[in-house]
Design a protein. Structure first.
Lengths: 493, 493
């Protein structure tokens, strides 16, 4: 295996945070030093706070300038104001650092021509010295295997999703929200204005990175159209790539210009590029997240439009869910009469429906049989399973009905794990993909189920779950469309 | 004020629960007795459990039959299996009850012709005796002023929203979810198959009910088209009425038939009826809830499509939000240059945008000034305000940064209340409606803001808030469309 030229950027052994704030407990945007304390990078050694105005942080001495730090410094995080950047660039060259991440904003994205020139000059200088730059105007790197993080609360467990994002807050949102769904990341990079390293560089890196099985991108503007197209094409040949383009509309493209100095270009061209290269296109943040879950799970195996909907939330929920499935481009085929007749042997007629959607609570000893019947019935290409309100199925009669104690929580987690295992078993036994749907808010609470727990438990079983029926259906439709677009390209499923 | 003939149905002084379960602690669907214990109805006296197989529940004696209960019984909740219903009907007539709610299912909705006949016969019998029936196959009544509730956890504070729903679980979902947004209800009725009392009866009642200012309906099928049209027309003349039709699609309409025996009819006709009568049409459960919030708050005052977006969640969030606003039919007008220049006097250039959308954190002493400038700038018909990540604005420097203690929660609640008051002040000072947007999940937690708290705090100030920019924008677009449809009808705004 060859070593990619960007490998050192993702795996620095030492980091200097220049312009560090004196309060290491402050969290949120720009709290790089605090995040690297929390991530465990500091414990490994090789974390150097730099600020001439600060003597020490939590007892750790602060270096007045980069030049005063011990050798070597692989990676520099710049938090200094823009006017100090030229001096810092000179010091980075003198110090022979390998890469620099400019959190510092105030360059080309301001629309100020002078600052755009400064940005260009500093990148030129760094390039001549062989130093790669991330940014300016961005959050930089989250790499669990290197113990790098740019916000607090990011898990230090590595995963298989590579995310590149011009926006740091959007990257943070994807990481936080998907972490709550069980997803883990290989590398995340927020690259802002992309003055040096850009989308095509990161796509090329992601394509060959063995740790990364799925690639996702939030992009506001593409600087080198041809290079981007080619890199996307190379990457999408070998891995699922999902692209969310910010600034699709007129209003959004103006906002993107103010944000990262991006010129949006034609959205039609961008969409055509996604189609031609075999990438998946997301239109919203929700879609981006849902598609990442989908390509990481059994949703990739769905091979048709027929949904068997096991709707454990009452008849009205079943009706609206069937509407949502239809609206999003899938179908809810009628259950064959033979299957209906078999189910009626153990499902009482009153208050239940065994047509599709299924809204029925059989005696628990018949549940597995009923689920297998549903999953193998003619026309059912997948099962959507929404956990049932019928708590007696999942709770022992003598377990507490309402219990906020630790024991109660354990019980609830066990319930969710049991449901997830049942879904996996059903899929293994029948070969039909089983997809989870969990409603948030009051309904999940009423069922005694924490929706985050459900999302995580099912994800760990390789089962894709979604927070509404319409999101699940839309995601499946997008994957089916994707497969169609990819005809002629290598099969990734 | 005349007394409507259905008033006694909504205000029974005594209730018998027939076929009561022996476990009063069981919650969830069908736990009517437990719900009436929790709601406080039992404390008032006049709650009678009936079941020949149960001696006592929690020390309260259980009556073997309805005939054994003390006189008078105003309202009967039937939990007995369908085969016992004819006998119960006879007892209700002998006992001279006023109304009966059949939770009991297994009638016309099963598709069984014999059971459909039984349903018709029992309703005929009750009608002759002057007894009104709710259902069968439904959850019945939630009326805070009468201390009636059909599920646990419903608030006993009265509000101004009247909800009629064929589905009990959907009614429960609306109550639970909107309660978490600050909304309160006057009366809620789940009426299932609608064998006796139907949509038009409840619409007529809601139209004249002084407690009810907003009317919402979940309907799967309309039994008397003409009567429904006329009742909807009468009601929508005097109050905002929002209708969600379950079974809009082919799949959904099949499901509706299995659920409540409803025949869907043409959705085009239904939509035309909404338009002609001046009702609001919701397509999903989310839309129904958002529209209820909208017509109860300042969202009704919006009078144009221009959004000033104050996006406190980073530049990428601003970009995607602008895209969402555009996609949903509103606009994000460019900020006039004069306003930009004024803001630049106190907003630093780096890392901020003062065009629209606004992604900027001015020094706190300038925040009010900046917000007023935004709200009064040319072309801005409303402000969308998303709470800022900049916590220093809302937290005292010496307050705990991460604190899960009770004190910490109080601080967070104070923060949210302060933001809500600031939004109200901004609206009062400028005359421009200010609408709240709060992101759930990881981002809200990062901001130290509980999204439910934000929704409730703003609602209490008369400010409509939504869980995403796209939901806010779509809702405003629907209200603008509604106003257009209502030309020639009485002005409700």
């Amino acid at each position: 295996m060859s070593i990619h030229s960007l490998d050192p950027v993702f795996h620095p052994r030492s980091v200097a945070v220049v312009g560090v704030s004196s309060n290491p407990n402050s969290t949120g945007m720009g709290s790089f030093y605090a995040s690297l304390l929390e991530s465990g990078f500091a414990e490994r050694g090789g974390l150097y706070p730099v600020n001439p105005k600060v003597d020490e942080i939590n007892g750790v001495p602060c270096f007045p300038t980069l030049m005063d730090t011990p050798d070597p410094v692989d990676h520099v995080i710049s938090q200094v104001p823009a006017r100090f950047v030229p001096e810092l660039v000179d010091q980075c060259i003198a110090k022979k650092v390998r890469s620099i991440h400019f959190f510092t904003a105030g360059f080309s994205e301001t629309g100020d021509q002078d600052m755009a020139v400064v940005e260009q000059q500093m990148i030129e200088k760094l390039r001549l010295a062989g130093i790669r730059a991330i940014g300016p105007n961005c959050m930089g790197l989250y790499v669990p295997s290197s113990k790098l993080a740019f916000m607090g609360g990011f898990p230090m467990e590595s995963g298989n999703v590579f995310l590149l994002s011009q926006s740091g807050a959007n990257a943070g949102e994807v990481v936080r929200d998907l972490t709550n769904r069980g997803v883990r990341f290989s590398k995340v990079v927020s690259y802002g204005n992309g003055a040096d390293l850009r989308a095509h560089d990161f796509l090329d890196y992601a394509a060959q990175d063995e740790e990364s099985k799925v690639v996702a991108a939030y992009i506001e503007g593409v600087q080198d159209g041809r290079k981007f197209f080619e890199a996307l094409q190379r990457c999408a040949r070998v891995k699922p790539v999902i692209v969310l383009k910010g600034g699709r509309t007129q209003s959004g493209s103006q906002a993107a210009h103010s944000h990262t100095g991006s010129l949006a270009g034609s959205i039609e061209v961008f969409d055509a590029v996604c189609r031609q290269t075999g990438a998946l296109r997301a239109e919203t943040m929700d879609e981006l997240q849902d598609l990442i879950v989908a390509v990481s799970t059994n949703v990739r195996q769905v091979n048709g439009r027929g949904v068997a909907l096991f709707a454990g939330g009452g008849g009205g929920f079943a009706v609206l869910s069937a509407d949502a499935i239809d609206r999003e481009g899938l179908t809810v085929p009628r259950m064959p009469q033979s299957a209906v007749d078999q189910m009626r042997e153990y499902v009482p007629v009153a208050g239940s429906s065994v047509n599709n959607p299924i809204d029925a609570f059989p005696p628990s000893e018949y549940l597995d049989e009923m689920l297998r019947l549903i999953a193998t019935a003619e026309g059912m290409d997948m099962v959507f399973m929404s956990p049932m309100i019928d708590r007696s199925r999942w709770q022992q009669p003598n377990s507490p009905d309402k219990d906020d104690s630790k024991d109660g929580e354990n019980t609830r987690e066990t319930v969710v794990n049991e449901i997830a295992r049942q879904m996996k078993r059903l899929q293994d036994d029948t070969g039909t993909p089983v997809i989870g749907v969990i409603r948030g808010g009051g309904m999940a609470r009423m069922m005694g189920i924490d929706s985050d727990d459900f999302l995580v438990s099912t994800y760990r079983q390789g089962i894709g779950s979604f927070s509404s029926v319409s999101r699940a259906a839309r995601t499946v439709t997008q994957l089916l469309q994707w497969r169609e677009n990819r005809q002629g390209l290598p099969d990734l499923s």
